[in-house]
Design a protein around this ligand. Sequence first.
Ligand SMILES: [Zn+2]
Length: 481
Amino acid sequence: MSIIQKLQLFLTLLLIVVGVKGYAQTTIELTYANEPARTTRIKAMQEGKIAYASVNELATGFLLLSKRVAETRQLELQAKEYNICLTPGNPFLSITDSKRSRSLVQLPFGIEQRGAELFAPVESFVDVIDDIIPEEVSYDRTKQRIVVGKLSLPTTYDISKVSFAQKSNGYLLRIFSKKRINDYESWLKEVEDGTWLYITLPETKADLQALNSQKPDGIVKEFLAFQSPTSLQLTFKLNTKVRNTELMQAEGSNDLLVAIHTPVEEELKAAKLEAVLERTRNRWKLDCIVIDAGHGGKDPGTIGVKKTKEKDVTLAIALTLGKLIEQNLNDVKVVYTRKSDEFIELYRRGQIANAAGGKLFISIHCNSTPRKPKPANGFEIYLLRPGKTESAVQIASRENEVVKLESDYQQRYQELTEEQFILVTLAQSAYVKYSELFAEILQGEMRRMLPVKNNGVKQAGFYVLVGASMPNVLIETGYLS
Ligand SMILES: [Zn+2]
């Protein structure tokens, strides 16, 4: 046999031997927890369930110096404080510490040699290395992976963000949460230069890195998040005094809202409320009465049996009423929509009343019946509402007729339909009850004082009342017919 033939035979036998022993070449991943980019694969072989890794490549991975001792065929690995000596075919590792004291560690399987290279049963060998180098080293059999350092597991956090917003009515802290937080607790601690706000959320996990990298701003001077195994504590240093806080679930999300009420805000609120009350008081303080003498000028109103014109009667009543009010009510200003025989458009009467800041609008008219003379008499008081009876509707349409004397009445006055009434009623809803109250009082007084029939409080759609933004009534003082 030639040398080449002998070599071929040797290799064939070697392959058979290796084949019998069943070593399969493979690689094992070596990962650094803090430097994933450094991940490498090291040469390994697998026999059944036992994986062997190249000791030289492991040494490189663990930053150990390795030295082959020629005469003993042993391999020495040098760690900072230990020296490990491996012998081919031998399961014993000889470990010497810095004080030169020696101990033996037995691996479950011996060190294998392939060519010049030594292979160690990786799982048990990594355990030994773990004890002698500062870093934590572990072997994950199922993933065939050696991890140097600690891999942080991808944790699912509930909270990774908070936000602070100044609202018109205070401050709102939003704790963005992925899960519903049903349990929470907060308390305040006042200090000289502000207030500490502590919020504890049991069974809640936070991404502390994300949270603590949030920069405080606005009223938040400091923000700290602490995670304990059972709860999360959020701590805010606020640069203001805090009256109280309210925690609540946000609607439509899992976020938690914290309303922060500051004393300033409370005081402002109180002041605002006082101003509103003051305005409300002034709004309804009866300090200006607008008296509207119906008709006038080219609009005579209804004409009585003795040719009496409604416009003259209403003006006389209006002026007399105004004088009486001025004499008897010191604090009440009287404003007339007209003081002489002049034509004033219906819409202008409302404008005059509104411009004067009127608190009560009294429109004075005289009634008549379609067929005259007819024994109709007495007074009626009208409220602005959809007409309920045929006669009320007729009276309103007669009083409204005057708009046809105005040049552009069709644009100015919409027909008082049901829909229109709803809008008007809405606009007047604030003082409708005062109109009713005044109508009742007026009716009672007129019944008591006047020797004429009381036809009661009625309702109909009078244009002249539509424009008056204040309690208003229309009085049909009596029948000229
Ligand atoms: Zn009239």
